[in-house]
Design a binder for this molecule. Sequence first.
Ligand code: ATP
Ligand code: MG
Length: 558
Amino acid sequence: MSEEKASLHFIEQIIEDDLSNGFDPSKIRFRFPPEPNGFLHVGHLKAIALNFNLGQRYNAPVNLRFDDTNPVKESQEFVDAIKENIEWLGFSWDKECYASDYFQQLFDWALYLIKEGKAYVDSQDSETMAQQKGTPTQAGTNSPFRDRPTEENLQLFNEMKEGKHEEGTHVLRAKIDMTSPNMLLRDPVMYRILFKHHQRTADKWCIYPMYDWTHGESDYIEQVSHSLCTLEFKPHRDLYEWFLDQLPPSDALQPYQREFARLNLSYTVTSKRKLAQLVEEKHVYGWDDPRMPTISGMRRRGYPPKALINFVNTAGISKRENVIDVSLLEFCVREELNKTTARVMAVVNPVKLVITNYPEDQEEMLTAINNPEDESQGSRLLPFSKEIYIEGEDFKEEANRKFFRLTLGKEVRLKNAYIIKGESVIKDAEGNVLEIHCTYDADSKSGSGSEASMRKVKGTIHWVSVAHALEATVHNYDRLFSDESPDQHKEKSFLDFINPNSLSSQKAMVEPSLSDLTTGERVQFQRLGYYVVDKTSSSNQLVFNKTVGLRDSWSKKI
Ligand code: ATP
Ligand code: MG
């Protein structure tokens, strides 16, 4: 086996085997099939990347198929959000498909199955049918309607479609085997009556097909060759194949299903139902709340699409369930932001500092390099003046030798500017620092090449000029859940583990160049972390979300 082959994941290996067994490469086609009943989350990201990466690798089309067979929970809002998310990730689908577009074809095939003696209308209530299902170790029993004459089945099924029967009175079931060891093959329901408005087919239908009957047939209609889904669908595979085997004979390609492990992330829930609950019960501000593991939430948090894709690619495709540490995701985000963001000045806990020997009315524009990791990002001008803000944490009146920031009587460098020395401090009656007084060495300007500018001082701190600074609101986020596996506790709900301190906001002072930033632009606040402009930001009231700190600080906290 060549090295390249050895590094293939198991789905790629399956496709390679198909190809070497003569499968026509031009027939390869994939699909990503979300149900539009919520926003996509980090788990879906894995399925998206898997299918679209395979599409790229095999130069094969990938359909986006909305699995919209349950009108109760689905909506156009979710369809739109899903499309926007996939585009934002940088993937493009071939056809935009909807299972609901196949309702007529599915209905016609259902009639065919009835005629073939493979489906029947059952008129019992759901409890009775559930009792007849048996258990994994005990065979089920046949419904008294199982041998209903074909003509009667056809008539009833047509009447169901025409709205002549109430919800819950009849269902269409596949006639398979009530004794099968696979419970899913014990005459599964294919259609139920549901008088619900559908976002696409409106009130045309009052019977809706079930997932298993719809999914494989949709794959077949679209001629998807490799239908990839998560492991919980493994027991459905027999049913997927059984349904396809019952269709009218044809030369068309028969799709097949293969399963991969879900992505689970520590400190996170990845279930649309649970995420919907967080939104509906207002534990978060919406599906795109920056604390949410939704693609929209991570985008608003500042995670770049490339980092997300690197993350799922690094986590890999496996056959077995495991939990990926959320710190891997944060690592990928940090790595990408380090390469791409400009370093800017922002002070989140401002204290005023006056440089007493700096000329009263002087202002100068200093040159600051945008990103030392990437010369092509150039430099910008930064205004400097007699009064600046520095970070409250960067000053102590007296400190031990390990404190490399500003203290009285010691020198420190102002980033991109001068060396200053702490002289005195003005405090209020409670001892809070109101103003720090310093002197500066006029010859020590960064980059000037002078002897004083080369002088080594222990610390460098960031600052902004008081006269030029812009006020901004900064939102800081902590994990939404304080437990590693919030939804894996038998006696407690995941809601019991919500971290009450997951959001904190503060006022900050930032350098004036940031007024030009637009929603979604990302920067590094030097020494503080990576930040992104929030959608609520405007040029006179800037709002930033903290994306992630510069280093992994989580392990230190616990
Ligand atoms: P949820 O359980 O969150 O509602 P779902 O599986 O019902 O998810 P769908 O919209 O049906 O959501 O999923 C679309 C595709 O994404 C499916 O192929 C599904 O297998 C896949 N998928 C969903 N969750 C994950 C996950 N955590 N990891 C990997 N793939 C996932
Ligand atoms: Mg689903």
